[in-house]
Write a protein that binds this ligand. Structure first.
Ligand code: FMN
Length: 254
């Protein structure tokens, strides 16, 4: 190798060119792959929604199955549908961070430890012949290490649980991470949310009695995550959450 090829100037030039080429490749990949990534993210969310409702069939495409689902926006305070806003484009998690679209929760009502809540929620309905068959509601709240984000599905009576699942959390695998265990999730279907007007659905430390229509087993070795799930379910089913909307459904106002 000639000594002229080892000059500092040439080494720096080659390094800079390499950096430039790499950054162009990385940026171009990010831009080119972004639409595909967005489609995959949407399909993944739709799969979670269908799974929470117990409707996901791996033999069919998510898109096909999601055609049964209508996406609606609900004003949490009045429990009425919000018209004139793009439901598909609405991002409830973003809205929860926007002071013009959120509500700051008082310490007393914030049992799910989420601090602020979007005033408008994005929900999913499955209807047939003008009747609501399933209601799928976004829920979230703090566990031990993380905020758990998921969906709770109810039957058309707005009281019987059809299913529950979390699509994002950072609880410990084998402990709080057992929220993803299919056997634990299977316990939710058929449970009742309300006893009269009060939220009676709850997690029971040490295990719920099989005949208890409101009780689901707490997660063993994960009391703190279990308490988080218990609190977030109570919060989202309460007056501060979806109760005004669910009351409207029960009374046929929706
Ligand atoms: C490394 C580590 C990870 C843990 N992860 C969790 C968790 O994800 N969720 C949880 O509730 N408890 C977790 N715990 C246990 C809690 O610290 C606490 O002991 C537990 O919630 C008490 O539950 P128990 O009364 O059912 O034993 C973890 C503990 C350790 C040491």
């Amino acid at each position: 190798m000639s000594s002229s090829n080892e000059s500092i100037q040439k080494t720096v030039t080659v390094a800079l060119l390499l950096c430039l080429v790499c950054s162009v490749v990385v940026s171009a990949s990010a831009v080119i792959l972004r639409p595909a990534q967005a489609v995959n993210e949407q399909a993944n969310m739709q799969m979670n929604i269908l799974q929470a409702a117990g409707l996901y069939d791996p033999k069919q495409t998510v898109q096909e199955q999601f055609e049964l689902v209508s996406t609606r926006l609900v004003n949490l305070e009045t429990g009425e549908f919000v018209e004139g806003m793009d439901a598909d484009g609405y991002d409830q998690r973003k809205a929860a961070k926007d002071p013009s679209m959120n509500r700051v929760l008082s310490g007393e009502e914030d049992i799910a430890l989420i601090k602020r809540q979007a005033k408008v929620a994005k929900i999913y309905l499955i209807e047939s012949g003008g009747n609501i068959e399933k209601i799928i509601l976004p829920i979230h709240g703090y566990g031990l290490w993380s905020t758990l984000y998921g969906f709770m599905a109810l039957e058309g009576d707005a009281n019987t649980v059809a299913g529950l699942g979390f699509y994002e959390h950072a609880e410990t695998p084998g402990l709080g991470g057992e929220v993803d265990n299919p056997n634990w999730k299977a316990q939710w279907a058929g449970k009742q949310v309300y006893d009269g007007d009060a939220v009676a659905l709850r997690l029971v430390k040490g295990g719920a009695d099989r005949s208890d229509s409101y009780g689901v087993d707490g997660l063993s070795g994960a009391t703190i995550t279990s308490r988080g799930v218990d609190n977030l379910v109570k919060f989202w089913m309460s007056e501060a959450g979806f109760k005004p909307f669910l009351d409207n459904v029960k009374q046929g106002r929706i």
